[in-house]
Ligand binder design. Structure first.
Ligand code: S3P
Length: 169
């Protein structure tokens, strides 16, 4: 089995994923990191050069590979659930956990972060709210949802372990 972390930018998927992988002695993968390693380009450059669709294709290729792994914690880019085929692949051997946070908390976490092309706008708050609304259905596909507001990385990991009893056997 794998654990697949989905959710909006700034909800802590990468930090929580690393922590969970360490606690379980499982492998850790992050789709954005893999794409950057494979292409030698930053996510921002990939968006700038090829546009969002080309990035989504790279993302789907990465997801296909990761879906074949086992005992992995897979932290996904916030847009991975937008393609139902990505989720179908990851669900085959994965328990999907969605991390959520309030728009204010998301903005606080991503404040000054220039690496998210989708948030490079004069009004990031409205963009976050719009994207969250558009993605609500895609994120609700997770079998476990954990609100991260007020929790640190360890506490979010604890909550995930508690909510997936198969992990403690
Ligand atoms: C995106 C989220 C980012 C990254 C890209 C697009 C999105 O990943 O894949 O900027 O569409 O929500 P994080 O969720 O890790 O920030």
């Amino acid at each position: 089995m794998n654990i697949v972390l989905i959710g909006f930018m700034g909800t802590g998927k990468t930090d929580v994923g690393r922590c969970l992988a360490q606690r379980l002695s499982w492998k850790f993968f992050d789709t954005d990191d893999m794409i950057e390693e494979q292409t030698g380009c930053s996510i921002a450059d990939l968006f700038a050069k090829g546009g969002e669709n080309a990035f989504r294709d790279l993302e789907s290729q990465t997801v296909e590979l990761l879906a074949l792994t086992d005992q992995s914690v897979i932290s996904t880019g916030g847009g991975v659930p937008l393609r139902a085929s990505n989720m179908a692949a990851l669900e085959k051997n994965g328990k999907v956990v969605c991390l959520t946070a309030s728009p204010d908390r998301i903005l606080e976490r991503l404040h000054l972060d220039q690496s998210r092309p989708l948030l490079k706008t004069s009004d990031p708050k409205t963009r976050v709210q719009t994207l969250l609304a558009e993605r609500q259905t895609a994120y609700s596909r997770a079998s476990v949802t954990v609100s991260t507001d007020g929790l640190n990385v360890q506490q979010v990991a604890d909550e995930i372990l508690r909510r997936i009893p198969a992990l403690s056997t």
